[in-house]
Design a protein. Structure first.
Length: 150
């Protein structure tokens, strides 16, 4: 009778780290994909042209919400490795359409012009470091004390 031996990369000690890497990759991919989609929505459009067509506005807002949700789910260790991205702005942001439409459009326009490109740049740089196998805070093993503190 033969017994199957677990592969080293599927042993219980490796599973949480693998899951964390998969989650990190998915969230970073969501951020990059959504930022690029917003870039396509905005391409060659001014503010009035961007907010005019309802379908375009809905696509853009869905991408912004995807970015915000991904930021909220991204582990703090990964955020620490991207200090140029203003994570607190994303975390505090709400895209509800309350108040005057002009103020709402100005807020969204500011996010699109400033925050989205900064985030895309930081995420793309970080992903390339991860792809190159560079050491990052999120990829380093944490000490027992650090694990207990989190």
């Amino acid at each position: 009778m033969s017994h199957l031996l677990p592969r080293p990369d599927t042993t219980p000690a490796h599973r949480p780290r693998h899951r964390a890497q998969v989650l990190r990759g998915a969230l970073l991919g969501n951020l990059q994909d959504a930022a690029e989609a917003i870039g396509r929505c905005v391409a060659n459009r001014d503010k009035e042209a961007l907010f005019g067509p309802p379908a375009l506005r809905e696509e853009m807002m869905a991408a912004l919400e995807m970015m915000r949700e991904s930021v909220l789910a991204l582990p703090d260790a990964d955020k620490a490795d991207m200090p140029d991205v203003p994570w607190a702005r994303w975390e505090a942001m709400h895209f509800s359409h309350s108040g005057p439409a002009r103020e709402w459009r100005n807020q969204v326009w500011s996010v699109i012009q400033e925050l989205v490109p900064t985030t895309l740049k930081g995420v793309a740089r970080y992903r390339s470091l991860l792809d190159d196998g560079q050491d990052t805070e999120a990829s380093r093993p944490r000490s027992t004390a650090a694990r207990q503190a989190s």
